[in-house]
Each structure stands twice: as structure tokens, then as C-alpha cells.
Design a protein around this ligand. Structure first.
Ligand code: OAD
Length: 232
């Protein structure tokens, strides 16, 4: 075995203290995603969207990667590991993972609101890091446009999907950690795994996916990754 694709969602960061989206008390219980994380929401009230992501940056500054992020990073000692995450936090990178694809963008980055959503290629040059600093209405990019979060809003395309499909289809094993698999197209990624590639799924909630290759470790990310690493 050479290549592992690790597909992660908010559950992998839950033990670091970042809330998930759809669990009880999750972010979407307290905020309407259509107001704070959609293209329409941005058009209607960009200040509210900026404040939502300012809050996420403040939280991110206060938390640390957990043992699950670290064990995923450590797999790089033996394998080529591609982390394909729906998370907009930077905890995989801070734990040491060196190949991370952010399907839904990165909260520590911004770009001009008039840049197209294709944040590969040319427009990647328009993206820049604000770290954990707040961004407010009136903060402009060098081209004079209002800065927006470098996030894939609901209603926008997922530009890194093709790259992610390619990585999953080349993997010898797929590990899915902490995602409700309810947001498409990200939720469909595991289906691109090769026929013979085993798929491990780590989540404390039972997940019934009708794919005989999937084996679930029904536990939290840190425990599940520990158990899985012992098997490898
Ligand atoms: P969800 O909140 O939908 O799902 C989190 C999953 O993590 C659930 O299946 C939980 O059971 C599981 N979970 C909770 N605690 C866990 C733990 N300690 N260890 C392991 N698993 C745990 O989050 P995502 O699936 O990541 O998109 O959500 C996908 C997308 O929806 C996000 O990227 C975000 C959101 O809207 C955007 O904002 C564009």
C-alpha cells in the first residue's frame, strides 16, 4: 500500500473544541447557513457574513490540533497521504500534514469579492492570508474590491472537486473521519475509490452507506484513528 486519501469533516476537529455544523447545538442550530454562508447571504448582508467568519477565526486562534490530526499527519512517515477536507480550519496543517486540499476554502484567507470562484490558476494569486485578523466592510483588496472570505459559499461551485476525485481514485485506502456526508458534491467523493480499496469510516454516530467496502469504527476521531493506525 502506498497512497491513502483521508476525507475529513467537522468531526475531526470536534475534540479540539471547534463545533460541528449539524450535531445538536452545532453551528447551524445557532446560525442560518443561508444568511452567513451563502452567495445570496453575501449579496444581501456582507457585514453579517464577515462577522461570522471573524468569529470562526477568533475560535480557531484559540484551539490546537488534536491526536486525530496528529495521527493523520504521522501516516506520512509511511505513506503518501492526501487529506481532502471539508473543513475551513487549518488544524491539519498545524498538525503537520503537508498535502491538504480544502474543498470548501480556508477561513484564514480572503480574496476580492469580484474574483471568480475558480480559486485555482490565475485567481489563486488574488487570495491572501489574513491569519486570525478580522475583516470588515471597507477592507479592500489591491484591485479596490471589497474583501470576502475565501470560502465556498452555498450556491457556489466547488473548484477543487476534480483534483479531489483524482486523488481518491488513485488511493489504495480511503479513510473518512467526522463528516455527516450530507453536503454534495463532497459527500460523493468516496464513491470514486478503486474497487479493491478498503474504506474506513470513523464517526461516533452509526452511518449506513450501502457500500460493502465500508467498515465503520463507531467512535470519536482520536480513538478511531488510534485503532486504525494500530491495524496498519
Ligand atoms: P457535520 O456537522 O454535518 O457532521 C459532523 C459529523 O462529525 C457527524 O457525522 C458527527 O457524528 C461527527 N462527529 C461529531 N463529533 C465527532 C468526533 N469527536 N469524532 C468524529 N466524528 C465526530 O459536518 P460536515 O460533514 O463537515 O460547509 O459538514 C459539511 C459541510 O457542511 C461543511 O464543510 C460546511 C457545512 O455547511 C460550508 O460551510 C461550505
Amino acid at each position: 500500500m502506498n497512497r491513502i486519501a483521508v476525507l475529513t469533516g467537522a468531526g475531526v476537529s470536534a475534540e479540539s473544541g471547534l463545533g460541528t455544523y449539524r450535531d445538536n447545538g452545532g453551528l447551524w442550530d445557532n446560525y442560518d447557513p443561508m444568511e452567513v454562508a451563502s452567495a445570496e447571504g453575501w449579496a444581501r448582508n456582507p457585514g453579517k457574513v464577515l462577522e461570522f467568519y471573524n468569529m470562526q477565526r477568533r475560535h480557531l486562534r484559540e484551539v490546537q490540533p488534536n491526536q486525530a490530526h496528529r495521527l493523520i499527519a504521522e501516516l506520512e512517515k509511511k505513506y503518501r497521504v492526501d487529506v481532502i477536507t471539508q473543513n475551513v480550519d487549518n488544524l491539519h496543517e498545524r498538525a503537520g500534514s503537508t498535502h491538504v486540499v480544502h474543498l470548501h476554502g480556508e477561513v484564514t484567507k480572503v480574496r476580492p469579492e469580484n474574483s471568480c470562484n475558480d480559486f485555482d490558476g490565475f485567481s489563486e494569486k488574488l487570495v491572501f492570508d489574513v491569519g486570525y485578523d478580522p475583516v470588515v466592510l471597507g477592507d479592500k483588496a489591491p484591485n479596490g474590491a471589497q474583501l470576502r472570505p475565501h470560502i465556498v459559499f452555498f450556491g457556489e461551485a466547488v473548484p477543487k472537486m476534480e483534483q479531489a476525485i483524482d486523488l481518491v481514485s488513485r488511493a489504495d485506502m480511503v479513510i473518512i473521519v467526522g463528516t455527516s456526508l450530507s453536503v454534495y458534491p463532497a459527500a460523493s467523493l468516496y464513491r470514486y475509490a478503486r474497487g479493491e480499496a478498503p474504506i474506513w469510516l470513523i464517526d461516533p454516530k452509526p452511518v449506513s452507506l450501502h457500500d460493502p467496502r465500508i467498515r465503520q469504527l463507531q467512535t470519536v476521531a482520536t480513538e478511531g484513528m488510534k485503532e486504525l493506525c494500530e491495524k496498519l
